[in-house]
Every structure is written in C-alpha cells, then in structure tokens.
Design a protein around this ligand. Sequence first.
Ligand SMILES: [Zn+2]
Length: 259
Amino acid sequence: MTQKLFLVITLGFTACFSAEPSGNVTTTTEPTAVSSTETSSGVTSPEITTDFLTGRFNPAQHPDFVAVGKPYATKPGMMLQKEVFEAYKKMFEAAKKDGISLTVISSTRTFEQQKNIWEGKWTRYADTKDPVERAKRILEYSSMPGSSRHHWGTDLDVNDLNNPAFEGKGAHAKVYQWLVKHAAEYGFGQPYTPLGEARPYGYNEEKWHWSYLPLAKKYRETYVKTIKDSDINGFKGAETATDIKVVERYVGGVSSFCK
Ligand SMILES: [Zn+2]
C-alpha cells in the first residue's frame, strides 16, 4: 500500500519517470526478432524496425544492450545500447573530473513499461472528460506507449525529474550548466528544450533528459517517415493519437540540435 501510494505520488510529479522494476527489465511483450546490424566501426546496433522503434522487444535479451550498473546508475536493471553506454561512461568520467556528479535514474523502457506509466495517468486524470484533452495533459511530460525515445536505448534521464532542481540554486544547477557546455562533446543533446518559436510542439522542457544523437537522430528520422499515428495503439486513449498528430508533434517535436 505504502509503495503503491509512493508510486502514484511520484508519477504525478515526474515526467519520464520509469516504472522499471528493481531487477532485470522484463516485459510481457513477446520478444520479437530484433536483430543487429554492424556498422563500419564494427560496433553493432539494432536493426531499425517498427518493433524496435516502438519498444516491442526486450532489451535485457538484446545483444546490443548492456546493463548500466553502479556507479553510473541509481539502481540495477537499467539498460542502454552498448555504444551509448560507452559514450556515457566517457562523459561521466569527464564530468567527475570537473566535480560534477552524473547519475542515470531512467534509461530504456519497453512498450509495456511505458503503457503502465501512461495508463496510470489515464486513470488518474479521469476528471478530464474529453479524451483528446486528457491525452494532451499526460503528453505534457509522458509519451504514448510506442512513441517514447526511451524505447531506443539512446536516451536517459539524469539526477532528478524536476526542472527547478537544475535551475538557479537547485541541487543540480551546476550539472545542467556542465551538460549544456560539454554533453555534445560526447554525442549527447537535450531534445526537450523550452517550447516556443524554435520548438512549437511537443513535450514540455525536460532538463534531465539527454539523448545520444549519433544513433537517435537516425531513429527519429526513420520513425517520422515510416510510422503513422494509427500505428500507435494497444493502450487506453490510443484513438486520440491521430487527432493530436503524435508522430509529427511529439516524436518529431524536438530541439533543432537533435534533428
Ligand atoms: Zn526521459
């Protein structure tokens, strides 16, 4: 009961909070044949299929994924693509030398994990009767299952899930300043910058969410070209995806640096 209440409160406040179990990543989605392709450098990464892009595979059973343990993450069971983790470790060490402490608090999430987050909010926001409005309320910070960058193994949340913690006198203000200055040197960028003229659509700003662009740019590009709003289905409220233009506005709606 206490644990459940804690989860409800946390989910209410945070954006890309992951309901990752404390053990290995598990999924009720039948693991599909998501295979690897080798790049010129000899590093393998997943073949870019619809199942891969929409999180319908099990990263814990995928050869291109690796567990992110201590001191890099707060808890066991988090996964990243191997290439992403190698880049992250370099960034972590460089930050450490500058007195900056980076911690991964959420990384890869499956369709099923995102569905748990989404449907939890769908139930809690039942006071918003209009389904499109209810979905948009959730979309301020949380993705529809199948449309999260967290499915790709390239994106991670660091240190905290609240913008104020990274601002002014916040506990992680120096962390954010360091990332803005140096993350790009390691391939990382912030996809969810403030909404405005430069970024008219999508999720609210997330100062904690960073993306490994050498891979994620390709995934976003393929996603917006090949996946339709009607392909985003299999959860409560999915019928709103077409009205909301989820692919164009939310998957597509990232900072220009991340395109
Ligand atoms: Zn995130």
